[in-house]
Structures are given as structure tokens and as C-alpha cells.
Design a protein around this ligand. Structure first.
Ligand code: AMP
Ligand code: MG
Length: 508
């Protein structure tokens, strides 16, 4: 279906109900748009015909050169804590929410453009995005979705044919982002700091009705519980994949629980929990190991917004809100352990009480990660190799381990744990059993991830006019768990020299 026939599908509740929280403004047209990529499957899910998106009429909407009938573009206002400091007014300085549609599964989705020109929230910015970061967001969001991580999606990436001036002139791009919504912690921060109580209550109720319909109305603490739970589970997923978001400011945390804003994000290869890559993160505030604590920090800011909406004595509300934010830890720890148990093939509940040779699963996980850190093992390769040991296949990542004694000790305990799971502690192992475990592990441990050097390679080629590496990597990342012949190079880590010097830049 083309944009014209799509007219009756738009249903822009944000504009209708919270329009005062933004500014109605159309995207600013670009010179000579061309398509870099379209996600056909996502287009169909939305009820759109991917071939139609590739026509000049379809492209015009994706570039911001035309407004589709039924779309009512708006730039949303929001605040945000940037690296711990409150910025009282941020807002969409280079993005336009085109509107909402209910997709073929009945889910309401935002369709928005990023890099689509100046708005009243642009401050000093030019309202534009660069092709490189657009491609990064397109690739990484596609991977995250394929890996089962809640995330905003990318419907299309467009080159504008214009240059954008950064440290040097770079090709401009526009990303079409699809999200459960673009409501952020920062949305409520803006209203709690500068809006009326009624406005704050309205936006909170809109959030509840749209994302947490099972939570009762007028119970802000119940809503906080739900949001904290989703964020805890989300961050646990990031950690299980070695994902570093890079800029976990409160304006980059959704209320829906989706990952948003792939700016200076990166993936760990050599496991180092203290690692970060962002050029603007001078003190490593958003390093890998700090992500759960930083999520809690943002959620504490959200809690502060919701407290004034709680009936009764403020002190009691504050105390309750603190407890809810603290509950992040329990949910996060349990979810992380679940994910890592699955990564290790420990899928069922242990039937043998832990003892020295057969420690608790959590100990097994932490000991493995200690070894990974000490040996700088490639995190993705490590878990694929563990499954390979069960199939007696080559294990390139494990072969690099220098402290063999420590490794063999851990490995022996892991095998005991695997057997303990399935043989009631009897110690009998069936070879076929182990193959099943290996297969189950491969369904949760990706063999392909958007490795930093591969993403950079795709971006550099695209800037030079060659889209082939971008499209090839995109195809690889959409099936991240299935090892395919001839794709070996996509599974290999960068050489250590690359990773040592790797720096990411914000998407500006
Ligand atoms: P981000 O780093 O993309 O999360 O953006 C943080 C804030 O800066 C948001 O309010 C953006 O809209 C704004 N911003 C980022 N880049 C630009 C730009 N090129 N022009 C205008 N505003 C921008
Ligand atoms: Mg942002």
C-alpha cells in the first residue's frame, strides 16, 4: 500500500491528546534524496508496500520532502539529564514524529524521521544527521531486534544529497524510526520541572494507557514498578550481548522499555567490563559495567517526577518510590542470571545442591566472566566456542587462553553442571544430549554481532558511494544465530589494535 492509500491508517493520538507538548512543524525538504535501505519486513508489518516506498512518491515521504496524507508532523518537547546534569529543555531538534499507525498485529507504532531539519528545539544545531550514524542506527537496531532485544526499529535510511558540516563536510542522511512511542523519561522531567500538575498527570496517564494498559490508572507507583521492571530486563539483555549504549541520558531512555538512540553505541569484543568507547564520555560514566547503575539513576529521576502525583503524605511517597527504584537490582540480577544460564546451556533447574565441584550457577557465570576479563576473550566467540566444545568442533577463542589450569578447572565444573541438570546428579552423560545443549546455546548466543570494525567498514564504504558492504552486513545481522558458510569474516573479532584505539562519536 502506498502512502496515499495509507491515509486512513494514521491515528495520531499524541498530536490529539498531548499536542501542547510539541510544535507542529513539517520536515525540511532535502536536495536530491536517494534510498540507502528499506526494511521490507517492517514495511509489511506496518501495512506498507516496500516497493511503493522505493518509488519517488514513497521516497519523498521518507526524505521529508512530502508529508503523507494523514500524517501530522510534530517535534516533541522533552528535557533530559545529560551526563548527570539537567538540561531543562531539549526536544526534537532534528526529528519529526510523522504520526502513529496501528500495525498488522494491532500494535500502535510511532513513525518518525531523524535528521529531517530544524525545529524550534534545534538550539544551535542544523537539524541534520550524517549518513554514517544513520547507517549505524539502521544496522544495530536491526541486529537488536533479531537478537530479541526490545528496540526502536529502522524502516528506511535515505541519503539527502546534501553535505552536512561537522569537523568536515559529510554526506547527510535521514532515518525513518519506528517506535512503540518516543515518550522518554525526559518527557516527564520536562513536565515535572516546568509544566502544571495537570499536564504531568495527563502525560503520565497517556503513557500508562499506551504502554501499560494492565496497570491501574491513578497509581503512579504501580506505573513506576512496571517501567523499572522493563528497563531492568532491557539492560540485562544489553549486558548479555556486550552492548554499550554510550549515552544513557534520561532523554535517551524510553518509557516503553525499548532501546532508543543508537548514537555512540558499540559492542565489547575483548571482554573488559570497564570499557567504553564514546568520545564525549570523558569519565566513562556510561561504561559497560556502569549501565545497570546508570539506568537506576535515570529511573530515580523518573521517580522524582511521579512522586508529586501520589496521594497522601509526600515522605511516604518518596520512600515508596526509592524502594521501587531499588527493586531494579533484584529484577536485573534475576534476569541477567537467567540470560547467562541460558548462554551456558543451563536451561533447567539444578537438581543437585551446589558444592565445591558443582557451584551455584551464579558462581559459574561470574568465574567465567573473570576468566574472560583476565584473558581478554572475545565475548561473542567465547559463548559460541563453549557450544563447539560440546560438538568437538574447533574453538578459536578458547585456544587463545593462556592460564590453562584455571580454564580446565572451570570447564570441568561447567560439564558437571550440565550433567547435573539432566542426569539428576548421576553423572551419566549422553553424547546426543550434549548436542542438544549446544544447539540450544546457539539459539541464544549470536555468532554474528555488529562488530565495531564491520560497522565502520560499512560506513566508510557508503561514504565513498559503495553500499554493498552495508547491505551485506545488514543481511548477516538479521539472522545472527545461524552460522553460514562463507561468512567467517563476520564472526571474527577486530584485531586488538583496532579495538584499543576505537572511539565512537555522538550521532550529531
Ligand atoms: P542526541 O544526542 O541525538 O540524543 O541529541 C540530544 C539533543 O540534541 C536532542 O535534543 C537533539 O534533538 C539535539 N540535537 C542533536 N543533534 C542535533 C542537530 N544536528 N541539530 C539540532 N539538534 C540536535
Ligand atoms: Mg536523544
Amino acid at each position: 500500500m502506498g502512502w496515499h492509500a495509507f491515509e486512513e491508517h494514521w491515528d495520531n493520538t499524541f498530536v490529539r491528546e498531548l499536542g501542547w507538548l510539541g510544535v507542529r512543524i513539517d520536515p525540511a525538504p532535502v536536495a536530491t534524496p536517494s534510498l540507502l535501505a528499506v526494511d521490507d519486513e517492517l514495511a509489511r508489518e506496518l501495512g506498507l508496500d516496500p516497493d511503493q516506498l522505493r518509488t519517488p512518491e514513497g521516497l519523498a515521504v521518507l526524505a521529508g520532502n512530502a508529508v503523507a496524507p494523514g500524517s501530522e508532523p510534530i517535534a516533541q518537547g522533552y528535557a533530559g539529564h545529560q551526563f548527570g546534569q539537567l538540561s531543562p529543555l531539549l526536544g526534537d531538534g532534528r526529528a519529526h514524529l510523522l504520526g502513529e499507525v496501528v500495525d498488522t498485529h494491532g500494535r500502535r507504532r510511532d513513525i518518525a524521521l531523524k535528521g529531517s531539519g530544524r525545529t524550534p528545539f534545534s538550539r544551535g544545531g542544523d537539524g541534520r544527521a550524517v549518513v554514517g550514524p544513520v547507517i549505524r542506527e539502521y544496522l544495530v537496531s536491526a541486529f537488536m531486534h533479531a537478537a530479541g532485544v526490545p528496540t526502536t526499529r529502522s524502516l528506511a535510511a535515505v541519503a539527502t544529497g546534501e553535505q552536512v558540516l561537522r569537523e568536515r563536510p559529510l554526506p547527510g542522511g535521514v532515518l525513518t524510526r519506528v517506535a512503540a512511542s518516543h515518550l522518554r523519561v525526559g518527557t516527564l522531567v520536562l513536565l515535572a520541572t516546568q509544566g502544571s500538575r495537570e499536564q504531568l498527570a495527563e502525560a503520565t496517564e497517556y503513557t500508562r494507557a499506551r504502554h501499560y494498559p494492565d496497570v491501574p490508572a491513578d497509581d503512579p507507583m504501580a506505573l513506576l514498578v512496571a517501567i523499572v521492571g522493563r528497563q531492568a530486563r532491557l539492560v540485562a539483555r544489553w549486558m548479555s550481548l556486550g552492548f554499550i549504549h554510550g549515552v544513557m541520558n534520561s532523554d535517551n531512555m524510553t518509557l516503553s522499555g525499548e532501546t532508543i538512540d543508537y548514537g555512540p553505541c558499540a559492542f565489547l569484543d575483548q571482554y573488559d567490563p570497564q570499557r567504553w568507547f564514546s568520545s564525549i564520555d570523558h569519565a566513562g560514566r556510561y561504561r559497560y559495567s556502569a549501565q545497570p547503575a546508570m539506568a537506576m539513576w535515570d529511573l530515580a529521576r523518573l521517580a522524582e517526577c511521579l512522586v508529586p502525583l501520589v496521594e497522601g503524605p509526600p515522605d511516604a511517597a518518596v520512600e515508596q518510590a526509592q524502594e521501587v527504584v531499588e527493586s531494579f537490582r533484584t529484577t536485573y540480577d534475576a534476569q541477567r542470571l537467567d540470560l547467562f544460564r541460558a548462554k551456558l546451556g543451563l536451561r533447567t533447574v539444578r537438581t543437585v545442591p551446589p558444592h565445591e565441584d558443582n557451584p551455584a550457577d551464579a558462581t559459574l557465570v561470574e568465574d567465567l566472566l573473570d576468566i574472560a576479563a583476565a584473558e581478554a576473550l572475545d565475548l561473542t566467540g567465547l559463548f559460541r566456542d563453549l557450544a563447539r566444545t560440546l560438538r568437538e568442533e574447533p574453538t578459536p577463542t578458547l585456544d587463545g587462553i593462556t592460564d590453562r589450569e584455571r580454564w580446565e578447572a572451570w570447564f570441568g565444573r561447567w560439564l558437571i553442571a550440565l550433567d547435573a541438570v539432566r542426569t539428576d546428579g548421576g553423572g551419566v552423560t549422553h553424547h546426543g544430549d550434549r548436542k542438544d545443549v549446544a544447539d540450544a546455546m546457539d539459539e541464544t548466543n549470536p555468532v554474528y554481532i555488529p562488530r565495531n570494525h564491520l560497522v565502520e567498514e560499512a560506513i566508510a564504504a557508503a561514504h565513498a558511494g559503495n553500499l554493498e558492504p552495508f547491505h551485506a552486513l545488514d543481511a548477516v545481522l538479521r539472522a545472527p544465530f545461524v552460522e553460514r558458510p562463507s561468512l567467517e569474516r563476520y564472526a571474527e573479532p577486530a584485531d586488538p589494535g583496532f579495538t584499543q584505539g576505537y572511539v565512537t562519536f555522538c550521532g550529531t
